[in-house]
Design a protein around this ligand. Sequence first.
Ligand SMILES: [Zn+2]
Length: 147
Amino acid sequence: MAKAKTICNDNNCPVHHSLRTHGRTFKGTVTEAKSAKTVTVQWQRKHYLPKFERYEKKTTRVHVHSPACIEAKKGDIVKLMECRPLSKTKHFVITEKLGADYAFLAREELLLQAAVPEKEKLKEETNEEKKDVEKEDEKEEKEEDVQ
Ligand SMILES: [Zn+2]
């Protein structure tokens, strides 16, 4: 493991502090990085179905500790290893950042673009409703004037 240059204050860092790792090493994409020290990492695996003599794609998704020195962002490809339980659902730690998953980032961008027009449509609809209400108000006012 190559030592990162940044000074690390995270006690649960396998590179700069004494967090021990064991078990298997996995490689995955960071899909969620909203928390301070926890990220969600997912990767694909193949599961064999004997009946159909083919593989099905399955996704493994785990919570992973992201030490301060690694600064994992959404869309990063990371190497992770199993460690002692750090919280109720977290027993993996990132050991290395390998690069960016451009396919994942591109897909996320497309999803965002697809989501925008729907929101605009909703806004237009609500605006039209408001206009109708305003017109009705005007009518009522006119009627009052007549009386
Ligand atoms: Zn560190």
